[in-house]
Design a protein around this ligand. Structure first.
Ligand code: ZN
Length: 70
């Protein structure tokens, strides 16, 4: 399905190490290490979840990411 190729927003190459390490990278601020506040916005019609992450401490580490539901 060529359709799928357009939806590879997540780059798993960014992550390294074991699962705990990966969780740490995803859930903690890169600047100060505080747990990020994550919010998810599900769009089941398009089968994606929009994730926004923001650090409550320093305001850094904010990102937006699209998860594709398979
Ligand atoms: Zn921070």
């Amino acid at each position: 399905m060529p359709f799928d190729a357009d939806f590879k927003f997540e780059k798993f190459e960014e992550y390294y190490g074991d699962i705990e390490q990966v969780k740490k990278i995803i859930c903690n601020c890169k600047v100060c290490g505080t747990k990020l506040v994550l919010s998810h916005l599900s769009d089941y019609k398009n089968l994606v979840v929009q994730e926004t992450a923001r650090c409550p401490e320093c305001g850094s580490g904010s990102r937006k990411k699209i998860h594709v539901l398979n």
